[in-house]
Design a protein. Sequence first.
Length: 536
Amino acid sequence: MKKLTVLLLLIASVAASLTAQTRYLQPVFNSGVTKNANVIYGVNATVLYYSVLGQAVPQPLVMDIYQPVGDTETSRPVVLLFHTGNFLPFFNPSNPTQGGFNGACGGTTVDSSLVELAHRLCSMGYVVASVDYRLGWNPLAPTDVDRRYGLINAAYRGVQDARTAIRYFRKTVAEGGNPWGIDPEKIVIWGQGTGGYITLNTTTLDNYLKIPTASGGKFVWDHDQNPGTPPIPMVIEQVNGDIYGTSVGQVPNAAAPGGLDTLCYPNHVGYSSDFALSVNMAGAVGDSTWISPGQPPMISFHVPTDNFAPYNEGIVNVPGTPLQVVRVVGSYFAQQKFEANGNNTSFVDAGVVFDLTAEQELAFANSPLLQPGNVDVSDPTPGLYPFLQPGNPPATTSPWEWTAFVPAAPATCNNVKAEAIPYIDTIVRFYAPRACFALGLQECIDAVVGAKEPLAQNIALNAAPNPASSEIRLTSEIEHPMLGIQVFDRTGRLVQMHNNLNTNNFTVLRNNLNPGLYVIKVSFKEGFMTKIVTFE
């Protein structure tokens, strides 16, 4: 097991060094949450009832929004959670009391694990939204081409809905007086199971042309079996709407009004769909070529022997059947490529030595199946946490889930909350410090870095102007000269370093730095301080 240089420290060291809980790193609110259920964030076309109605119909898109009780902060990060469920409804549409219609142990905004995560994150100071999205495809279609077509279209609608939810929050800030008290530049998308497919593909599908050019032509359709005519993409912007869900998508359909079936309705056009961090629990990326430099950082959790969503690269299987769908890329491969492309530099190579092996051993202690000192994880990466499970295939590919639902054979579900909670403990403890840096949360950054290097107390450090166009002047009290200055960009990359100083005045020149957020770390004899600044 090797040590990696990353911008994190052992969370145990953090806890030992702090005299008080730190917002976004540990629980600071213990009075529960307020929940606004079924908040409508948009309307779009669902094909879920196409076999009955013969056309797509508008569906309200809803989310449950959680906030910590007693919190007066009005500029908080927001986490958007996306549930599992195989892109199918959990309850049988013909019998709404019958669960497990989707072949999964969950698939709603109130799945136990999502509610638990929402409460955990709220207690740390986040706003959390559990987001519903459009469902519908036929996993039992007779050919692999039909199954591929159905899955890529379902995933595409999920990506559109995720971006619609992001734009909804930005619009509430710009036009609604920010009723949820969020910072629109600190948005996290987080999916488990099928929701992980949504967050991974929302992170990587940043250009529509990546779909028809995917490897092996897996997302194009040879509709007439004629080598003289080109294949047709399985997703077409004019039909399905653009990748953001901001354009109308229509297709001829004699059964629809006016002979045109609308497959996409634009929502919140003009607002950005950008986000700062992605979290994936047992999801997969449609194609390895979709991962490219400049994409948001990603954290992943996965069972390496997952027989439905591959851990490395492999075939998606339909639960409960021998049917296969399409070759995709799982968490291990994706994280390796993310880090090779520099997308996860907020976790890697930022100047603080961190023993990833030791942290993973510590976190594994929260797993009832693993113990420190008995960990077999090959090539761990700063953004990937593998949950080793007995059996191949394992008894569960989502050990963080639990439910009172008892499915029909051959599916199995964990019905014991106490068995799932240790995994959620580990997930939150692995996520929290990484999110501090990915989101630029200064108090949290100070706490994490201060676990290794003392944080200077009671020193007045000023940075002005902020925001700035060309330079920022740092000033300190005469009795506290600045000894060194480092400047990190939003990804954690060291972009400037000034050593061997002994001054109370220093000007950080922008030079060729791009517009955006930067962290300035200033060293004093007594320790260090940081300032988050912006170049416009």
